[in-house]
Design a protein around this ligand. Structure first.
Ligand code: SAJ
Length: 429
């Protein structure tokens, strides 16, 4: 039997040992889903504390409960290691490592390279390697393939190589790993067939595409689509401000169109570890091909302007009360990059805090999900949201519209509120 057919048979029988490199918000939910489907899963991470916690049945990822992890650990279907030599054991390995941007907004694929080197060191006949990390089109073929074929093994015959973009939306109550359709592209047809067969027991819907580049681009299109549309509504917020029109009213009315429109909302800017970053992977690749991705660049500029736009709106509100930003006490309400989570990555609130302090404001923040954080060596702690803290501030700014906030209290007690999320009006307080 061919090696591919043998792997497919193992997948069908759940006899394959599945490896996951990177046990974060993508890798751990995938590992548990594969174990639930009947595979034995070996997790690999460089962080010994994470590995020890997982082997003790303690999850560090909100979307994976200790109970569901512990069940798989107890059943012997999941274990974790920091030993890269053990990567020779799995028949299949999914790579779920971070792909951040460098400070020059260039792709940082160092984690993918490190994972590839770890696999290359132990690559054996009969293994399937699937990259899941969001990256620029060509990464799988240009970085991973040469490294793995340098072992002398032949892709599509001795080993298999594919790309399948992660589509994890942390905290999403409806869509998790199993019920989110999974796009897969292979370096060869056999690679695609093997990768799809390996995922099939754990994923409800597989979406095969013809190449790894197509699969890489699918994810970048998805997130560039969001960044560009958020940039559009943020520009509409600036347009409406200049025209004295309520942008939220305009968007809500436009959203009544039952076809051909998709609602996005203006905000304080673009945060998170996906939307502000993924489009720049594509822009970087296209610059190398002498093409300027104007939509991506323009959306990035517009979204980056929003913190200053809202700081200026707050300055106007203070000015209307005969006050300057300099010397005023400002309470920023919500610092996470989006509501109901504790994630600060790329949060526009960080820019807003900086811009206010640069203008001489005495700034404090309240966020029920972020008790404290340190940035550039400066630790800030969340203050309670009370009538006292609201009254003590000359102005408040709602940056993250967490569901748990007491908007009635904010409306009653704050001297003035700059509402970047239309949180008060939308809740009719
Ligand atoms: N934002 C707006 N206006 C909007 C939507 C978002 O200003 O209309 C802001 C948010 O406040 C946040 C940033 O954009 O600061 C990103 O928000 P997001 O809703 O896109 O959330 P993310 O960053 O968690 O994006 C993830 C992505 N998932 C993956 O990459 C696998 C994205 O593809 C999902 O569509 C998104 O979750 C989701 O729908 O929740």
């Amino acid at each position: 039997m061919s090696i591919a057919k043998d792997l497919i048979r193992k997948a069908e029988g759940r006899d394959a040992l599945f490896g996951i490199i990177g046990l974060g918000y993508v890798g751990l939910p995938l590992a548990v889903e594969l174990a639930k489907a009947g595979y034995t899963v070996l997790g690999y991470d460089v962080n010994q504390r994470v590995v020890d916690g997982l082997n003790a049945g303690r999850s560090h990822i909100k979307d994976v409960s200790d109970a569901e992890l512990g069940e798989q650990v107890k059943a012997g279907r999941f274990s974790a290691t920091t030993d890269p030599k053990r990567l020779k054991e799995p028949d299949a390995i999914s790579i779920c490592v971070p792909t951040p941007l460098s400070k020059f907004k260039d792709p940082d694929v160092s984690f993918i390279v490190a994972a590839t080197e770890a696999v290359k060191a132990v690559l054996r006949r009969g293994q399937a390697i699937i990259l899941e990390s969001t990256t620029y089109p060509g990464t799988t073929r240009e970085i991973m393939l040469p490294a793995l074929e340098a072992t002398g093994l032949k892709v599509g015959e001795d080993f298999f190589l594919a790309f399948s973009p992660e589509r994890v939306d942390p905290g999403n109550p409806v869509y998790q790993t199993r019920n989110t359709p999974k796009v897969v592209g292979g370096i060869t047809p056999a690679c695609l067939e093997v990768a799809a067969a390996l995922y099939q027991p754990a994923i409800d819907t597989l979406v095969p595409v013809s190449t790894t580049e197509a699969a890489e681009l699918v994810k970048l299109l998805e997130n560039t689509f969001r960044s560009v549309n958020i940039g559009l509504v943020n520009e509409m917020a600036i347009v409406c401000d200049k025209l004295g029109v309520n942008v939220w009213e305009v968007i809500d009315a436009a959203a009544t169109k039952p076809f051909g429109f998709m609602k996005f909302t203006p905000g304080p800017g673009l945060g998170g570890h996906c939307i502000p970053i993924d489009p720049h992977y594509l822009a970087w690749k296209m610059r190398a091909l002498n093409y300027k991705t104007r939509f991506i660049d323009l959306a990035g500029e517009l979204n980056s302007e929003m913190p200053l736009f809202w700081v200026r709106k707050l300055a106007d509100a203070l000015n209307d009360r005969g006050k300057s930003v300099k010397g005023s006490k400002v309470l920023v309400i919500g610092v996470a990059y989006k509501k109901d989570i504790d994630d600060l990555r790329e949060s526009p609130a960080l820019d807003i805090l900086r811009l206010l302090e640069e203008r001489g404001a005495d700034v404090s923040y309240h966020d029920p999900y972020v008790k404290e954080f340190t940035e550039d060596g400066h630790t800030r702690r969340s203050v309670p949201l009370t009538a006292e803290t609201l009254r003590a501030a000359d102005a408040a700014m709602i940056v993250t519209d967490h569901s748990s906030l007491d908007y009635g209290l904010i409306k009653r007690e704050a001297k003035t509120v700059t509402d970047t999320r239309n949180a008060l009006a939308s809740r009719k307080v």
